[in-house]
Structures are given as structure tokens and as C-alpha cells.
Design a protein around this ligand. Structure first.
Ligand code: UDP
Ligand code: MG
Length: 327
């Protein structure tokens, strides 16, 4: 099969039939499956998915050839877990050589897919991300914060994408089978891919539509959470396998600062005392408290490093590498 189109959806019932028809129109000449992942919808989305799966062409009924679209598959969660969870299950189920993800709300255009597929097949990309160059969302709550967020993400990840979190993306199958999306990390799949050794990442400007039905499922908190997740991923990719290098280094520095201050305070007092000058009690000086704080923090950082090492040692992925070839 050429393609797997993974469509995470949460309460998007009205959009689904139009979306399927649009995809089928855009992907003539490809063999493909549509994997609808219903993330705990409560609006009857699943009934629509069931109906689409049972439509002519999918159960052996005779239909005109131009009506046959992709094979419809569905996965339904018992409750709402979030977009990352939906993508995770979709990735696990995908069988196509190239895997596409797109939103269910008709904002992403399936007409972009053939070109993205071509870029992967012919230009050798591991992953092609959409770029909503002319974004049709609220300027203040989405577009502006998104610019800032993408700038930060570019700096931290070193991946030169304008629109890291675009829902429309295409992947070589290997990529999705070798990364693990969890939490809310769907925002950083290109970073996960890069960390897994799939670093040839391209971008294609894509058309973007206004939301036609339903409401957006993400609010402003996405930017706070997104930033925290970015920090976590950065930390994990740099120190996940060797936490002591981070905590130990900062612990030693902290401890040294405290130690030097302590020596200074004591030495100053002794010198003054010996020369018969006026001297303050060690505990009367602000520096004493700073020194105390630094020493304690230093030791605590060290302990965090040891704990981190114990966790890293028992992590199942401690020795999981991406082997490209063997002879
Ligand atoms: N979505 C999902 N689970 C969630 C939230 C969203 O599967 O908990 C889906 C949603 O149905 C849509 C896609 O993720 O297909 C993108 O969501 P949305 O359109 O609300 O995001 P926006 O376009 O506003 O950034
Ligand atoms: Mg949307």
C-alpha cells in the first residue's frame, strides 16, 4: 500500500464525510488506507466513521471505479486522551509505505499530499512538514504566539521549520515506527524524529482553511505546555542517558561556590581575630547564609544526579539504538 492517512479526531462529526470525499478526490492513483482515530468523541463521530467504513467499495459491493477511495479503518478510544495518543495508535496501525497525518477539521488540504509524497520518494526526505504560510486562525491568540513558539523551537531543536506543529505531515514509514509520541509531544514530532536519527526534514508551504464546523480543541495554555515540553525534550535528548553530567556539573559548581565562600568567611574572621581587629560572628554575615545555601544546593543536585542515573540505568531504552544497516 502506498499511503496511510492518519486522522485524529475529537468531536468532528460534521467534517468527516466532506473530508473523506476530499481526500478521495485528491489521491487518485494511489492505494491508501484512511485511519480515523476517534479520541473519545461524544458527538457521534464514531457512527460517521462506522458508516464510512461500511460504504460501497469496502465490503466487496460493486461500485463504479471512480467511487472507490481508500480503505477506511477506525480506532476508537474509550475516553479522550489527546492528539498525541491518537497519533501513537495511528502510527502503530499504519501499513502504508508513506504515512500522512492530517487534522479532521478540514483546515488541512489533502491536495498537498501528492507533492509531499513526491518529496519523500524523490528528494529523499524522511519527513516533510506542512507550513501554514497564510494561517487562517485568530491572529492574536494563535498566529502571533505561534510565531514566537516556532522561533524558540527552531533555536532549541536546530530544525529549521517555520511551523513545527502543523497537523499535516508526511513520513517515511520507518520514521513513525521508530519514534514514540507520548504526553503532548505531537507538537515536536520532527524533533523526536531527528533524535531518532531521521534528520532529513523538509517543509512544504500548504494551504490552510478556516475551521468550517466545530471548535478548536486547544486553548492558549498550549503555549505554556508546549514550552515546558520543549524544555523536557531538550533535556532528555542531551542528558536523558547521562543525567549525572548535568546534575553533577551544576552540583560541583554550586558546591565549589559555597565552599569558597565558607573558606573566605572563616579565614577573614581568623585573620581579623589574630590581628586583634574588630570581627563579626560568622553567622552575622549575609554571605554565611548564601554559602550555606550553595553548599546544600550543590549536595542536593548531586543526589538528584545519582537518582537520575539509577532511573536512566533501568530505562528500557538505555540501549536502544537506530541501526541503519548491518553487513
Ligand atoms: N484532536 C484530538 N484529540 C484532542 C484534541 C484534538 O484528536 O484531544 C484533533 C482534532 O479533532 C483535530 C486535530 O486534533 O482533528 C487538531 O485539533 P484542532 O483543530 O482543535 O487544533 P487547531 O487547528 O485549533 O490548532
Ligand atoms: Mg484545526
Amino acid at each position: 500500500m502506498d499511503l496511510s492517512i492518519i486522522i485524529p479526531l475529537y468531536n468532528e462529526a460534521e467534517s468527516l464525510p466532506e473530508l473523506k470525499a476530499w481526500i478521495d478526490r485528491s489521491l487518485q492513483g494511489f492505494t491508501y488506507e484512511l485511519i480515523f482515530v476517534d479520541d473519545g468523541s461524544t458527538d457521534g463521530s464514531w457512527a460517521v466513521v462506522q458508516e464510512m467504513a461500511g460504504q460501497a467499495g469496502h465490503d466487496g459491493k460493486a461500485v463504479p471505479p471512480d467511487l472507490i477511495g481508500g480503505l477506511v479503518r477506525g480506532i476508537r478510544f474509550r475516553r479522550n486522551y489527546g492528539k498525541s495518543a491518537a497519533l501513537y495508535e495511528g502510527f502503530a496501525a499504519a501499513q502504508g509505505d508513506i504515512v500522512i497525518t492530517m487534522d479532521a477539521d478540514l483546515q488541512d488540504s489533502p491536495e498537498e499530499i501528492p507533492e509531499m509524497v513526491r518529496m519523500i520518494r524523490e528528494e529523499g526526505y524522511d519527513l516533510v512538514s506542512g507550513w501554514k504560510q497564510h494561517r487562517k486562525d485568530n491572529a492574536l491568540t494563535k498566529n502571533l504566539p505561534s510565531k514566537l513558539y516556532n522561533w524558540t523551537a527552531r533555536k532549541v531543536t536546530g530544525i529549521k521549520l517555520h511551523d513545527m506543529n502543523c497537523g499535516l505531515k508526511a513520513y517515511r514509514q520507518e520514521v513513525v515506527k521508530n519514534i514514540e509520541v507520548y504526553g503532548e509531544m505531537h507538537r515536536y514530532i520532527p524533533y523526536l524524529a531527528k533524535n531518532a536519527g531521521f534528520g532529513i526534514i523538509g517543509e512544504k508551504p500548504v494551504h490552510h482553511q478556516k475551521r468550517k464546523y466545530g471548535v478548536s480543541k486547544f486553548g492558549l495554555d498550549r503555549f505554556v505546555h508546549g514550552f515546558l515540553d520543549l524544555m523536557s525534550l531538550w533535556f532528555l535528548s542531551r542528558f536523558g542517558g547521562k543525567p549525572m553530567h548535568f546534575f553533577g556539573t551544576s552540583g560541583i559548581l554550586m558546591f565549589l561556590v559555597g565552599f569558597v565562600m565558607t573558606v573566605w568567611i572563616i579565614a577573614a574572621k581568623l585573620v581579623h581575630q589574630a590581628q586583634g581587629l574588630k570581627f563579626r560572628a560568622v553567622t552575622d554575615q549575609p554571605l554565611f547564609y548564601l554559602a550555606l545555601l550553595a553548599v546544600v544546593l550543590g549536595v542536593m543536585l548531586f543526589l538528584a544526579g545519582f537518582l537520575g542515573e539509577m532511573i536512566a540505568r533501568s530505562a528500557p531504552e538505555r540501549n536502544r539504538y537506530q541501526v541503519k544497516e548491518r553487513l
